[in-house]
Every structure is written in structure tokens, then in C-alpha cells.
Design a protein around this ligand. Structure first.
Ligand SMILES: Nc1ncnc2c1ncn2[C@@H]1O[C@H](COP(=O)(O)OP(=O)(O)OP(=O)(O)O)[C@@H](O)[C@H]1O
Ligand SMILES: [Mg+2]
Length: 345
């Protein structure tokens, strides 16, 4: 493979832009080089059977309205609560009807002591309303906790608006009412709630398409200064036109958080592992390092060209000098042995 060295990004690595791929290059590299040139218009993945066996959206009877959603019914924001889609660690997501549209309503759980501490790591570097609020949050007072709670719930709403506006494929937000986020219901081809990436079997080709698409999405987020922070095959839904990234309350501010690179790397590698099951050559890619190096030097743009190939800054071994060192060592050993033998005589 011939590659043009772009820059030393101070991480002990060089980024290379591949210009030509020859026979010995990995098939992943060749595939990426070909696919990335047309990536912005990711072809819609072929319709596939996902194997999702979730219940149908059409209910036989509607459920009792949960307390948190009653104000939204009273205000006419939603008309009906159809059923709970999933009750997770941080929130319960309901399937609701708003006029003739099916939507998702995400109701956040109140914080426990444990999640309060866990969240602090993600919230580092986020801009909050003012210095009084920041001090209170840092001290962990009751007011501070309320602020942190408020900040956590709002972070997902803000992130969805920012990301949707920047063409990152996330559920379209429809507003935030009484601590409840109303958003687009992501569905599969038959209108059922979409399956999660971790619940389907994929062909190698579809896995590669999804991987490239998701790397571009992560890079686009990073170019806005955001890192998902909890990206995995369980926070990616599969719509007929491709993957949709969900679940963003922990979104991380890339420039103000000491653990930012570690979180980016975890996100990127979770996707690599999940899709590498179907297309093992993906496991060789190094998108986190590549994106981060570009981000740190201010060169990452929403349409930056990425290769997934990182050449580390290790000098190539020179066979002639290695042989010379071995010869020197051998001569030295011989001299010492002769010296010992002469002393004994
Ligand atoms: N916009 C959406 N469209 C369709 N389904 C959704 C949508 N948002 C969430 N879901 C479903 O609800 C589940 C939980 O949503 P989400 O991950 O946002 O909440 P969570 O409380 O953080 O859950 P977990 O702890 O499982 O990660 C998702 O895995 C998905 O199945
Ligand atoms: Mg989730």
C-alpha cells in the first residue's frame, strides 16, 4: 500500500491517507478506500429480515396512564399512552400516540446516590447555567443535585436537537415537557419499534456498511465537540434506511473532559466489536485514534475523510543494523571468554 504521511499528531503516530492500495493491503483497507469516497450518500442497506420478534405496535387495549405522563395528556401534548416499550436503568420509554402519529416518550428516573456519582464523570466540562449552579453541583448540595438532575435530563434533549440539525441520524425530537422527552419512534420496515443492533444477525456486507456509516456519525458528532459516552450495539436501532443512534443523556463534552478520549475509544471499539462478529476484518480498524488526532489539531470536519488506518510512529527495523548489533555482541562475548581462559592459564 502506498500512503501519504499527513501529519504527526503528537500521539506517537502518523495519520496516513491511502492513495493507492496494492495487493498486500488488507481487504478491509481496500474496501474502506473504495467505500469512503462515496460515503456521504450511504446507500440504503438492502431490506433484510432482522429477526426482531417484539410485540406489534397495534395494541389490543391501552394501558393506564403513568403519573409522569398525565400532565402531557392534560395539556394535549399526547393523546394516548399505548404501552411501555422498555424500562431501563435510567428511564422508561413509552409508545404514545399524538394525533395520528406514534411517538416515543422518555421519562427519566430520579437519581440514586450511585448514579449521581457515575454521572459526575460524564458531566465534567459541560457548560451549566451559572457559577452558583456549578458550585452547588460540585458540592453535592440538595440544590446542586436538583441542578445536576435537571442538567442530565436536558443534555439528551439538547444533544438530539444539535445532532439532528447537523444531520447525525438520531430520533427526531418533538419537545421536552415536564421532564419527558417526546421523540420520533424509530421503526423497522413493518412499522414495529426498530430492533437494536445487538439483536440481529447481519451479512458481512451490511455489517461493513453499518460500520462505516456509524464511524462517520461518531466523527460528525466529535466535529461538533460531542462524544456519545455510552455507545454500544444496545443504543443503536436499525431502521430500514440504516442505524439510528439513541440514548444520549450522558453525552460528553470532548474539549472539557479528561476522560474524553477514553470514552470515544470505548464507543468506537464497542461498535467495532459488535460488527466485527460479522466482518472480522473490521477488528483491524483504528478509527478512534484517527478521529481524535484530527480533532485535537482542529482538522476534524463533518465530512473529513477517514481511513481507519493508523500507522504508529515506530521506526522500521533495519535488518543490516540488527545483524551488526548481533555480530558485535558475539565478538564481545568471544573476547571475554578468551580473556577468562587466559587468566585461568
Ligand atoms: N426513539 C425510539 N424509537 C424506538 N425505540 C426506542 C426509541 N428510544 C428508545 N427506544 C427503545 O427503548 C429502549 C430504552 O431506551 P434508552 O436506551 O434511550 O433508555 P435507557 O433507560 O438508557 O435504557 P438502557 O438502560 O437499556 O440503556 C431502547 O433500547 C429501545 O429499544
Ligand atoms: Mg439505552
Amino acid at each position: 500500500m502506498s500512503a501519504r504521511v499527513l501529519q504527526d499528531h503528537g500521539l506517537g503516530l502518523y495519520l496516513c491517507e491511502s492513495t493507492q492500495i496494492h495487493g498486500e493491503a488488507s481487504s478491509a483497507a481496500a474496501w474502506y478506500a473504495a467505500a469512503l469516497s462515496t460515503l456521504d450518500a450511504l446507500p440504503a442497506p438492502p431490506p433484510q429480515k432482522t429477526g426482531f420478534a417484539g410485540p406489534k405496535t397495534a395494541p389490543t387495549e391501552t394501558m393506564k396512564v403513568p403519573q409522569d405522563l398525565q400532565p402531557l395528556i392534560d395539556d394535549g401534548v399526547i393523546d394516548e399512552v399505548i404501552r411501555s416499550l422498555k424500562s431501563g436503568k435510567e428511564a422508561t420509554v413509552y409508545l404514545v400516540r399524538s394525533g395520528t402519529h406514534l411517538r416515543c416518550a422518555k421519562v427519566y428516573r430520579d437519581m440514586t446516590q450511585r448514579s449521581f456519582q457515575r454521572r459526575a464523570q460524564y458531566q465534567e466540562g459541560r457548560k451549566v447555567r451559572g457559577s452558583r449552579e456549578t458550585r452547588a453541583m460540585n458540592r453535592g448540595t440538595r440544590f446542586g443535585r436538583r441542578e445536576q438532575e435537571h442538567e442530565w435530563k436536558n443534555a439528551e434533549v439538547d444533544a438530539l436537537y444539535r445532532l439532528a440539525a447537523a444531520d447525525v441520524r438520531v430520533p427526531r425530537p418533538f419537545g421536552y415537557f415536564n421532564d419527558v422527552l417526546i421523540m420520533e419512534l424509530v421503526t423497522d420496515a413493518s412499522g414495529d419499534p426498530a430492533p437494536r443492533l445487538g439483536e440481529v444477525e447481519l451479512s458481512p456486507d451490511v455489517a461493513r456498511e453499518y460500520h462505516i456509516f456509524l464511524m462517520r456519525q461518531v466523527a460528525r458528532m466529535l466535529s461538533l465537540g460531542l462524544i456519545h459516552g455510552d455507545l454500544s450495539e444496545f443504543n443503536i436501532l436499525l431502521a430500514p434506511d440504516g442505524p439510528v443512534i439513541i440514548d444520549l443523556p450522558q453525552v460528553v463534552n470532548a474539549s472539557g473532559n479528561n476522560a474524553a478520549f477514553a470514552m470515544l475509544e470505548r464507543d468506537v471499539n464497542n461498535i467495532r466489536t459488535a460488527l466485527g462478529r460479522f466482518a472480522p476484518e473490521l477488528l483491524q480498524t483504528e478509527f478512534a485514534l484517527e478521529m481524535w488526532a484530527l480533532y485535537e489539531t482542529g482538522e476534524l470536519h463533518p465530512h473529513s475523510r477517514l481511513t481507519g488506518i493508523v500507522v504508529r510512529d515506530e521506526p522500521p527495523a533495519d535488518p543490516a543494523s540488527v545483524i551488526e548489533v548481533i555480530e558485535d555482541a558475539r565478538e564481545e562475548a568471544l573476547r571475554r571468554r578468551i580473556g577468562r581462559e587466559e587468566r585461568v592459564e
